[in-house]
Design a protein around this ligand. Structure first.
Ligand SMILES: [Zn+2]
Length: 564
């Protein structure tokens, strides 16, 4: 609500000029603000009117915005930052995973099996056991799980637990049976059914082969989906994530966001990019990039060029160092490449933004080829093409990346996670151009930061920690894995706020604490700009605001009722 003092001032006969300014709804004072606004990088206080920031300055300057109804928050000298904008999440999967079986931190095969068995015992017969995010590299010996491990524990519950990168799933025998996958089933294009020496499926299915299994899984009911979104929103608010860019949502996910928006309960801003296989739907309606309102936008499509490094399906020019006969796979969307080119051309003609998953150097190169062909065919324009992950770059492609103004949408946490074993898989030379954040900046390539949640944790502090320390999770690279690629804390924060906003065409609306912008802010427990980088991963969020509304308060740990 806007409360203009002007009326009061006239009633009281005060001088017009002294009271012509409206009062703020919210003032945050005694803060240590890093604004990410080059025009005024620092401040002590900020005034918010409605859902926007109206002023940033000293406590004294902002005092002029105080009125009788202004809410005052004393930040007690804590660090205030723009809200984090996670440029790559799988929001509903993430929300669902908060309630699923947790396998990621299982440190052995037997622990993995035990957790699945315990969960299955509590589930109704025939209900699918999903999620998991397992990571066999944390086991000793590190080998792929097979269905034999879990079959005896899960005779009546179909199991489809995914590897944490989403590029492999382990099914039990019942799940394979329900999906009709047998020794006779051929590998699909862009996928692998892992088999034993006799040709029988082991239960592990890679990339496109996963779809054969997931077809048999009933889709979420409306209530399940809504619950997952609510869990995800709550989780995001508690971590200071005020915007997310949702890769490959189902249409039903977007419908659920819309339902919550209508009820005033959408507390995280969402830009949703459905799969390019459905490109014609948005084209038909004339939807263009960043179509919608401040809380919910569409207008992008998400494509897949290849698989992942962990599943040995990322597509490389040369074979993997540890698998001399394998150089990865192009995705099913790239069989043939002209299929992808045609879809991308259609999307671009319609004004849709392209966000393409590409991890291996040859996968990235193939997408840059297509982007370049589009530019030749359709002319230059402000398109903000993105490559999601952009993990392993060919040396020749950094310049092309910059010339085509492609945004590198990267997830630094993957660097400290994969950094444990990546060099064994691709060798030193290729590893030196892996998660090459500094090289991108040196070439003038814009970065957008994110997590790929639920592939990695949504917590921005872990991402900042990863980007500036590059200290792998196994503790073996305390000074950084390829330390020359580290970002500074200021660069990382900027890429995670303004950089991500730019990647969704919203840099004039959000991404910094500046007059006129949406009041999306986060107050944190310690000064991330000054503390020992190693301690950043322990920093906690104290308060989160979206559009000036408090969506998380650590003091009460209950989101304030959101009303708009
Ligand atoms: Zn992803």
């Amino acid at each position: 609500m806007k409360r203009f003092l002007l009326g009061l001032a006239l009633c009281w006969g005060l001088p017009f000029y002294a009271q012509s300014q409206p009062a703020a709804d919210l003032i945050i004072r005694n803060a240590h603000i890093w604004t990410v606004d080059a025009a005024r990088p620092e401040g002590e206080a900020v005034a918010v009117l409605g859902e926007r920031i109206v002023a940033v300055g000293s406590n004294q300057q902002i005092e002029a915005w105080r009125g009788p109804y202004t809410r005052i928050v004393d930040a007690e000298g804590k660090r205030l930052l723009p809200g984090f904008n996670d440029a790559h999440v799988h929001f509903v999967d993430g929300g669902a995973q908060l309630d699923n079986v947790e396998l990621n931190d299982a440190t052995s095969k037997s622990e993995f099996a035990r957790r699945i068995g315990e969960r299955a015992a509590k589930m109704p017969k025939r209900q699918w056991l999903l999620g998991g995010d397992w990571d066999e590299t944390k086991w000793d010996p590190s080998e792929l799980p097979t269905k034999d491990l879990i079959d005896p524990l899960t005779p009546e519950v179909p199991v489809a637990v995914n590897r944490y990168d989403g590029h492999m799933v382990l099914a039990n025998s019942l799940a394979l049976k329900l999906a009709g996958i047998t020794a006779q089933t051929p590998d699909p294009a862009g996928g692998v059914i892992v088999r034993d020496r006799l040709g029988n499926p082991t239960g592990a299915l890679k990339d496109a082969a996963q779809d054969m299994l997931f077809k048999a899984v009933p889709s979420l009911t409306h209530d399940q989906r809504r619950h997952a979104v609510e869990r995800a929103l709550e989780h995001a608010a508690s971590l200071g994530v005020t915007s997310v860019q949702n890769m490959n949502p189902d249409y039903a996910d977007i419908a659920t966001y819309n339902e919550l928006l209508d009820e005033g309960k959408l507390t995280t801003r969402i830009y949703a990019a459905p799969l390019i296989t459905q490109v014609d739907d948005q084209v038909k309606m004339g939807i263009r990039r960043a179509f919608g309102g401040p809380y919910l936008r569409i207008g992008a499509v998400k494509a897949y060029a290849d698989g992942s490094l962990g599943s040995a399906t990322a597509y490389f020019f040369e074979p993997f160092a540890d698998q001399p006969d394998n150089r990865g796979l192009l995705s099913d969307e790239m069989h043939p490449i002209s299929l992808m080119r045609d879809r991308m051309m259609r999307a671009d003609s319609a004004g849709l933004q392209l966000c393409t998953h590409a991890i291996g150097d040859a996968g990235i190169s193939a997408i840059l080829d297509i982007y370049s062909e589009i530019e030749t065919a359709h002319g230059t324009r402000d398109r903000r093409w993105r490559i999601e992950h952009a993990q392993h770059m060919a040396a020749k492609d950094f310049d092309r990346f910059a010339q085509l103004h492609v945004i590198a949408s990267v997830q630094p946490y993957h660097a400290i996670d994969d950094g444990r074993w990546a060099e064994r898989r691709i060798g030193h030379d290729r590893a030196s151009r892996t998660y090459a954040f500094r090289t991108f900046l040196d070439h003038g390539v814009r970065l957008a930061l994110g997590t790929d949640w639920n592939v990695a944790p949504l917590n921005p502090m872990l991402t900042l920690y990863a980007a500036i320390t590059r200290a792998t999770l196994d503790g073996k690279n305390p000074n950084g894995w390829f330390p020359e690629q580290k970002l500074t804390i200021k660069e990382a924060i900027e890429a995670y706020t303004l950089g991500s906003a730019y990647a969704e065409f919203q840099e004039n609306e959000k991404g910094s604490i500046a007059p006129g912008k949406l009041a999306d802010m986060v107050l944190v427990s310690d000064d991330v700009l000054a503390i020992d980088p190693v301690k950043i991963r322990d920093v906690k969020v104290l308060k989160t605001w979206v559009g000036g509304k408090l969506t998380y308060d650590a003091a009460t740990a209950k989101p304030e009722a959101i009303r708009r």
